[in-house]
Design a binder for this molecule. Structure first.
Ligand code: SF4
Length: 600
């Protein structure tokens, strides 16, 4: 197909379209859905398993009930009627102006609608944006929906996704239909499903990348949307593709992480770019992805993801939600047995190749998600725009879309650091883009504090949160910005509960919200403080150094902590992660106590 005569925007659209056409070609190697060839099994009450692709779920549940175990309420609800078959119920409730109750709240999340009471008496809608990439026209459309049916703002999430909030009961289906018309199909954005597929945010434009992750993220996205058995897993499931570029995607915190590697000449396999498979990452449960030693050709990634998920469907716990993640099957079975089971679902054997025999990954640049950076092709730039803890008003969304259309290619890229990139800007337009971003009251040159500041939804929108994380994150940034100057990027992650949506275990500094008793029958919001977390080459789980710091004392506490770092690091080149990892266990605490006593 010739692209002569098309505008840049149209070319980008066609690029996405042709990448979509590749899906069909790549899918030819995929195994057929694993519908059981056995006679259909029956449940404890004698009901017959459905004949469709979801039969494998029914059979997995039966294994537990036949052992006398009790399915959790969510499993019973999925079994009673597939949540994706509940569209009519959704419409009926919307007509009556009612929100769901009981397990219907859970089932409605299959449509990406979360009833978030008591935090807010409204729906939150979560989208699905493969690789975190969307077009300016989609961004405008989301802004229109957020203005018309929601609170007039959106949040960028830590899965490079968007959420809009404060949606009335009667407007839930209208938001969904609006998204579908924009080409955003968000089925499975919540509940027991495979969440937004993340990929390197600079995919396709990154001078350092080994491979463009966009086609893989898209293929997997559409594979999931078109395979009903991939809905209603034992619990949620995360998958990420890292292309080896400048900005990390935290693939080692996902249930499945595909990490691009280059195999040099002279090894047992052909030299070239492959993916190394990691399994079982879940930092909220103190685990990074385990390196399986499996090397995959890019075209093998989707079948392998499908096979790994199918084994999880068969083996994941259906009786205890706290143990229903992939990690626990791996703990029970070990990697080798899991891989052998996955292989039964594949038309090819898995190749083992040690990660040590691959070229080391180029380091990520912790500054690269903010500010202007050269991209491919030479002469063009992308800019990372800092968003205050991921929040954007609809006016800012429209402004960003306009900048992307006027000076870029109309492409927007969200990152897991809760900010966004505008790509394909010509050098001569950089000054104009800087001004346009500032006119929107947004920053392209975040100082080191704000650039790495991440906060989960917090108690204004999530019932699990013990504190107003986004508000406190802003206060911390304001306080520190005026009092401390950093020459190294710092990641500060605030998370509202042990679910750890903001991944406090991998931040340089992590804050986990808590309630602190104060006087009789009174409590204040506060945080437990962690240090020493890292990802990628600095992979490490943070350790706790202080409990119960009241929220209004947290900014000053962090200031002392950062001053201590500046004084005791080995030089300006030593980042906070490396510094703090030199003081494991209690040692960091003692260093800080010593520094505080000296400074007093
Ligand atoms: Fe809610 Fe907890 Fe996730 Fe924060 S970490 S958004 S409080 S579930």
């Amino acid at each position: 197909m010739s692209d002569q005569g098309f505008s840049d925007l149209q070319k980008r659209y066609l690029e996405g379209f042709t990448s979509g056409l590749q899906i069909a070609q790549r899918m030819r190697g995929l195994p057929a859905p694993a519908v059981s060839a056995q006679p259909l099994s029956t449940g404890p009450s004698g009901e017959t398993a459905p004949a469709g692709p979801e039969a494998i779920h029914f059979e997995a549940q039966n294994r537990f009930t036949s052992e006398g175990k009790k399915l959790v309420a969510e499993e019973k609800a999925k079994r009673e009627r597939h949540p994706l078959d509940r569209w009519d119920e959704l419409l009926k409730r919307a007509e009556a102006g009612e929100f769901p109750k009981g397990t219907d709240i859970f089932c409605t999340k299959f449509f990406g609608l979360f009833y978030v009471a008591p935090a807010q008496d409204s729906y939150m809608c979560r989208l699905r944006l493969p690789n975190g990439i969307l077009s300016s026209f989609q961004f405008r459309g989301i802004a229109d929906l957020a203005e018309r049916y929601a609170g007039g703002y959106s949040h960028v999430t830590t899965r490079a996704n968007l959420q809009i909030r404060e949606i009335k009961a009667q407007d839930g289906p209208k938001v969904l239909m609006g998204l579908y018309e924009l080409g955003i199909i968000n089925r499975g954005a919540g509940a027991d499903n495979i969440r937004n597929i993340t990929g390197s945010p600079t995919a396709g434009i990154d001078p350092q990348e080994l491979i463009d992750t966009r086609p893989l993220a898209r293929e997997l996205h559409y594979y999931i949307l078109n395979h009903r058995e991939f809905y209603g897993l034992p619990r949620k499931f995360n998958i990420a593709f890292d292309g080896g570029g400048m900005i990390g995607v935290l693939e080692d915190t996902n249930d499945i992480g595909f990490a691009a590697v280059r195999v040099p000449d002279g090894k047992a396999v052909e030299p070239g770019v492959y993916f190394h498979l990691q399994l079982g990452g879940i930092t909220g449960h103190s685990d990074f992805g385990r390196d399986t030693g499996v090397l995959l050709k890019p075209e093998q990634c989707i079948p392998v993801a499908a096979a790994v998920v199918r084994v999880f469907i068969e083996q994941g716990d259906r009786t205890d939600r706290t143990k229903a993640r992939l990690k626990y099957v791996l703990d029970r079975w070990g990697l080798e047995r899991y891989l052998q089971e996955a292989e039964k679902h594949l038309p090819f054997r898995l190749i083992r190749f040690p990660i040590e025999d691959c070229e080391p990954r180029q380091p990520v640049n912790k500054h690269a998600h903010i500010g202007f950076h050269p991209q491919k092709p030479v002469g063009l730039y992308y800019v990372g725009v800092a968003l205050p803890v991921g929040k954007l008003t609809v006016a800012q969304m429209r402004g960003i879309a306009a900048i992307a259309e006027r000076y870029g290619s109309g492409t927007l890229r969200l990152t897991v650091w809760q900010n966004l990139l505008i790509s394909d800007i010509r050098e001569q337009d950089i000054a104009a883009v800087k001004g346009a971003i500032q006119d929107l009251d947004l920053a392209w040159r975040a100082n080191s504090i704000r650039a790495g500041l991440i906060a989960c939804t917090g108690n204004t929108g999530c019932k699990f949160s013990a504190a107003n994380t986004k508000y406190h994150a802003e206060r911390i940034a304001e306080y520190l910005e005026q009092r401390i100057e950093l020459d190294q990027p710092i990641n500060i992650h605030l998370t509202g509960c042990h679910h750890s949506c903001a991944q406090h275990y991998i931040g340089d500094i992590g804050l986990l919200a808590c309630k602190i008793a104060k006087g009789d029958d009174q409590e204040v919001e506060g945080y437990h403080i962690f240090v020493g977390g890292g990802y990628g080459s600095e992979q490490r789980l943070a350790h706790e150094i202080r409990r119960n710091v009241p929220a209004d004392e947290a900014p000053a506490y962090l200031k002392t902590l950062l001053e201590c770092y500046l004084k005791h690091r080995l030089g300006p080149q030593e980042g906070f992660a490396v510094f703090s990892q030199r003081y494991p266990g209690e040692q960091f605490k003692h260093l800080l106590e010593h520094y505080s006593a000296e400074a007093a």
